[in-house]
Write a protein that binds this ligand. Structure first.
Ligand SMILES: [Cu+2]
Length: 147
């Protein structure tokens, strides 16, 4: 073997080792424990985190619109993030007989079955100026009836 051939083979070995270690890193990254994810909900459960915040003096429940399908089990995690002396805000969906008081630092989880289709307001029952939103329950598609 010539000196040049040895050099080439050594270079190939270095490149191969680099490629292998690179591939190994990728494999390890893929095989490494993933970041903890939320446990999957049981089929049909729609989960939302609702937060009450204050922006420029206005208290607002967000997201303003949540949409589910009729028959879905709905899980709402309610968080009151409004700062200030007042540490409680309400959350109500009258159409679904839901009325909660949410204390800052104490998230509340509620579940219900969205059995009635329609658009239903949600808001804070404790403060008239506290901005709420709408729960949209899409109706289940039934068979198409002839006209
Ligand atoms: Cu409020």
């Amino acid at each position: 073997m010539t000196k040049a051939m040895l050099k080439t083979m050594a270079a190939i070995a270095v490149v191969a080792a680099f490629m292998f270690s690179g591939a190994n890193r990728v494999a390890m990254a893929q095989g490494a424990a993933p970041a903890p994810a939320a446990a999957p909900d049981e089929a049909g459960t729609r989960s939302f985190t609702m937060v009450s915040i204050e922006a420029d003096g206005a208290k607002i429940w967000l997201p303003s619109v949540i949409a589910v399908d009729q028959g879905d089990k709905v899980k709402l995690t309610l968080k009151n993030l409004v700062p200030g002396a007042e540490n409680q805000h309400g959350f109500t969906i009258p159409a679904y007989n839901i009325t909660e008081v949410v204390t800052r630092g104490e998230p509340k989880t509620i579940t219900f079955v969205a059995d009635k289709p329609g658009v239903f307001p949600f808001f804070c029952q404790l403060h008239a100026g506290h901005i709420g939103g709408s729960l949209i329950v899409e109706p289940k598609q039934g068979p198409i009836k002839p006209l």
